[in-house]
Design a protein around this ligand. Structure first.
Ligand SMILES: Cc1cc2nc3c(=O)[nH]c(=O)nc-3n(C[C@H](O)[C@H](O)[C@H](O)COP(=O)(O)OP(=O)(O)OC[C@H]3O[C@@H](n4cnc5c(N)ncnc54)[C@H](O)[C@@H]3O)c2cc1C
Length: 422
C-alpha cells in the first residue's frame, strides 16, 4: 500500500535542496573530456588499500548520519522504526537531487541496506528490528551477507556451516567465503544448517550475528586486481541468542530467497539504467582513439559502434526492470538478462580497449590514461560470477524466457528458480 504523505513533494524538495546546499558542494557542470587531463582512471577510482577503504567508510557513515538526522536517510521506512513512511517517489526525488552534489560514496552500505535490512524487516523479531534497522539506515552500523561457502555458491542450499541449539542460544561453527565488506561490517546475515536430517533446502535457518564477536575470524582475500574487497569468515563456536534468529527454525531458505530477491532488485537499481555504458566512458574512448589517430579507421569505428549499441539495448532492459521494481512488482528475468548483457558488454569493451592499447594496458609504461584501463580487464571476471554466474543466468533465461527444459542442477531435486542468483 502506498503510504500517505504528510508533506507535499514540493515542500519536501525545498527541504532537501536547503539541506544539500547547506551541507554539500554542488557539482560543477561537466566539461568536455580532454585526453591527458583529469583523473587517469576511467571508472573514477582505483582499487584502494584497506586503510584508505576504512577512511572512506568513515566519511560515508558521517554523511549518512547527517542525512538521516535531517530526515532524508530512510524516507520510505516505517515511522515506528525511524523512517518517514513517505512514498518511493520522494526517495527517488531525493536521490536525483543528491546526485547533483559531491557527497562521500555510499557503496559500503549497498549490501546492508539493499539486501540485509529488507530481510531483517521481513523476518526478524521485533527486538532485532528495533536494535538494528534505524542504526543501519543512519549509517551507525553496516551489514554483510554470509551465504557462500567453499562448497556452496550457485548451489547455496548445500551449505554446511551448522547452528546447534543450546537453550536460548545457538552455537555456530563453520566457514563462509567471498564475504564482501565483512572487515568493516558490524552485523551479518548468516544462513546455517540446523537440521542435517532434512532435505537440503529444508534444514536451514537464518541468524543475525555480531561481526565483532571474538569467535569470528575474518581473513582478507587478495584479488587479481590488487584489491581485498572480500574475505573468508570463520565461525568458531559463535553464540547467538535465539531472538537474533531470522524467521522460523528450518525456514532459512525462504529467508535467503528474500535477500536474493532484494539483491537482484538492487543490482537493477544500481545499474542506474545506464546498463554500465556511461557516456563519460565512451567520450574517453573516443578521445583515446583520436589521440592515437584511430578515429577514422572503419574497423575500429564499426566495433565501437557495435559495443555502444549493445550498451544502449542493455540500458533499456535495465530501465524496464527498474520500472517494475518501482511499481512494487517483482522483476522477472529482465535482471538476469541485464546482468548477462552487462558482463558480456564489459568483456567486449575490455577486449576492444586492449586491442587499442596493446601491451600498455598490461604493463605500466607511465603513459597517461593507459594502464588505468587494466581495472576493466581484471575486474570483469569477478562481475561475471558475482550476482549469479553467467551460466546460472543463462539457465534462468533459458528456462523462464525460452521455456527450455529445466536444468537438472547438482541434484535433480533442485528446481531452477531455487538456484542462487547472487
Ligand atoms: C565480487 C564478488 C562479491 C561477492 N560477494 C559475496 C558476499 O558478499 N556474500 C556471499 O555470500 N557471497 C558473495 N560472493 C560469492 C558469489 O555469490 C558466488 O561466487 C557465486 O554464487 C558462485 O558460487 P561459487 O563461487 O561457489 O561457484 P560455483 O557455484 O562452484 O560455480 C563454479 C562454476 O560452475 C558453474 N555452474 C554452477 N552451477 C551450474 C549449473 N547448474 N549449470 C551450469 N553451470 C553451473 C558456474 O557458473 C561457475 O562457472 C561474491 C562473489 C564475487 C565474485
Amino acid at each position: 500500500m502506498t503510504p500517505m504523505a504528510d508533506i507535499t513533494l514540493e515542500v519536501f524538495e525545498k527541504e532537501a535542496v536547503d539541506f544539500l546546499d547547506a551541507n554539500a558542494e554542488k557539482r560543477p557542470p561537466e566539461k568536455a573530456f580532454v585526453w591527458g587531463e583529469g583523473s587517469e582512471s576511467p571508472f573514477g577510482g582505483e582499487e584502494r588499500s584497506r586503510d584508505n577503504e576504512l577512511k572512506g567508510v568513515e566519511l560515508a557513515k558521517a554523511w549518512r548520519q547527517k542525512k538521516f538526522d535531517a530526515g532524508f536517510g530512510w524516507v520510505t521506512g516505517p515511522r515506528s522504526l525511524g523512517g518517514r513512511e513517505l512514498p518511493a517517489s520522494y526517495d527517488r526525488l531525493y536521490g536525483q537531487l543528491e546526485a547533483q552534489y559531491r557527497v562521500p560514496g555510499q557503496s559500503c552500505f549497498g549490501i546492508g541496506l539493499g539486501m540485509v535490512a529488507p530481510t531483517i524487516l521481513a523476518h526478524a523479531t521485533e527486538l532485532a528490528k528495533e536494535l538494528y534497522l534505524k542504526k543501519m539506515w543512519r549509517g551507525d552500523i553496516i551489514g554483510c551477507q554470509l551465504f557462500s561457502e567453499p562448497g556452496a555458491g550457485s548451489d547455496l542450499a548445500s551449505l554446511t556451516t551448522k547452528a546447534e541449539r543450546d537453550g536460548d542460544e545457538w552455537i555456530i561453527t563453520g566457514q563462509k567465503v567471498w564475504t564482501s565488506g565483512a572487515h568493516y561490517s558490524d552485523i551479518g546475515e548468516v544462513i546455517c544448517r540446523t537440521d542435517p536430517s532434512l532435505p537440503k533446502h529444508k534444514g536451514l535457518t537464518g541468524f543475525i550475528v555480531d561481526m565483532h564477536d571474538p569467535n569470528i575470524e575474518i581473513r582478507p582475500l587478495k584479488q587479481m586486481n590488487g584489491g581485498t574487497g572480500f574475505n573468508e569468515v570463520f565461525f568458531n563456536e559463535v553464540r547467538v541468542r535465539d531472538d537474533h534468529r531470522l524467521g522460523d527454525v528450518n525456514n532459512g531458505w525462504n529467508v535467503a530467497l528474500t535477500t536474493l530477491m532484494n539483491e537482484r532488485a538492487s543490482i537493477g537499481v544500481n545499474g542506474g539504467g545506464s546498463g554500465g555504458g556511461d557516456k563519460a566512458i565512451f567520450d574517453r574512448i573516443v578521445a583515446m582513439l583520436r589521440h592515437y589517430g584511430l578515429d577514422n579507421d572503419p574497423i575500429v569505428r564499426n566495433e565501437l559502434a557495435d559495443i555502444w549499441g549493445r550498451y544502449k539495448v542493455a540500458s533499456l532492459t535495465n530501465t524496464r526492470a527498474m520500472a517494475k521494481v518501482r511499481a512494487g512488482q517483482t522483476p522477472g528475468p529482465e535482471l538476469s538478462i541485464a546482468k548477462m548483457a552487462l558482463t558480456a558488454n564489459q568483456t567486449r569493451l575490455g577486449a576492444f580497449v586492449s586491442k587499442v592499447l596493446g601491451a600498455k594496458i598490461q604493463a605500466d609504461t607511465g603513459e597517461w590514461g593507459t594502464y588505468a584501463w587494466n581495472g576493466l580487464v581484471l575486474g570483469t571476471p569477478g562481475l561475471r560470477i558475482a550476482g549469479g554466474s553467467d551460466e546460472v543466468m543463462r539457465n534462468i533465461v533459458g528456462e523462464r524466457v525460452l521455456g527450455l527444459p529445466k536444468d537438472a542442477g547438482i541434484d535433480s531435486n533442485t528446481p531452477f528458480n531455487q538456484m542462487r542468483v547472487n
